[in-house]
Design a protein around this ligand. Structure first.
Ligand SMILES: N=c1c2ncn([C@@H]3O[C@H](COP(=O)(O)OP(=O)(O)OP(=O)(O)O)[C@@H](O)[C@H]3O)c2ncn1[C@@H]1O[C@H](COP(=O)(O)O)[C@@H](O)[C@H]1O
Length: 118
């Protein structure tokens, strides 16, 4: 079966932007009423562990499950990544800066430059 392309990110970025606002709004909230508040309250280590767990689930889904399961695990990972970034105090603009700096630089060229430096 031909693999579908990623397609437009417009809808996803809009939803991620709203989710980021929700995550921000939950900081300092009641952990008994909000999973986000509970996770943020649990600290950076716990948030980091959840991201590792969710990332492993995405990896397993990509390797061995269907597209729907993979999309669902990816959504979990995006949510937990936002919570982890909030827990760490890393604004999305900083991630945007990191991504923007790499634009147009081939991953292979970047790796070769690192190996020359080492
Ligand atoms: N997108 C999500 C989202 N994705 C996943 N999850 C939760 O993430 C949790 C972790 O999944 P697991 O399978 O690891 O469950 P678990 O083992 O019970 O979790 P842990 O005890 O290990 O933390 C589940 O309880 C999911 O419901 C989410 N919880 C919240 N959101 C969004 O955040 C908004 C605010 O949620 P609250 O903060 O709960 O009000 C929601 O309206 C959603 O838009």
């Amino acid at each position: 079966m031909a693999k579908q392309p990623l397609g437009s990110a417009d809808r996803l970025t809009g939803l991620v932007a709203k989710l980021a606002e929700t995550v921000d709004s939950r900081a300092g909230g009641n952990p008994e009423k909000s999973y986000t508040a509970k996770l943020l309250n649990s600290g950076e280590l716990r948030c980091g562990k959840k991201i590792a767990e969710e990332a492993a689930e995405v990896a397993l889904a990509i390797a061995a499950e269907g597209r729907k399961e993979t999309a669902s695990e990816a959504a979990d990972l995006i949510f937990h990544l936002l919570v982890g970034l909030r827990a760490k105090g890393v604004p999305l603009d900083m991630v945007a800066d990191a991504l923007a700096e790499r634009r147009g630089v081939s991953g292979l060229a970047e790796k070769a430059a690192r190996q020359t430096k080492a």
